[in-house]
Design a protein around this ligand. Sequence first.
Ligand SMILES: [Fe+2]
Ligand SMILES: [Fe+2]
Length: 135
Amino acid sequence: MSLLTWSSVFSVGVKDIDDQHKKLVDLANQLNDAMRAGQGKDVLGKVLNELVDYTVYHFGFEEKLMDKHQYPNQAAHKEEHKKLVGEVAAFKGKFDKGDAALTSEIMNFLRDWLTKHILQTDKLFGKDLNAKGVH
Ligand SMILES: [Fe+2]
Ligand SMILES: [Fe+2]
């Protein structure tokens, strides 16, 4: 069973951002599947790295668009990104050292964060971009 299923409810009205969110959902599902299948630290670490790298890329992409279009709520939006990256980096540091394991609690935290951030914070940004002619 998937951790998270993409549907049009998640659309923020900007194609590049929607495509990146689909990829993030896909990577989160891959990580969840690997965890549930009891894969070892090597496999989990590889998927975790991909998810972290793509998340950083995606946040950077959104933040460049915020700068380019002078998005009024950019400070709060960037702060949410920064907080998650900090939390994920702290977890990854522990995971790599063998001091933390990937659990369903962590996957659920990630699912809830993604859902809330896309539905609230990214949608608000998408509306502003749409109003400026970006789709
Ligand atoms: Fe965002
Ligand atoms: Fe996003």
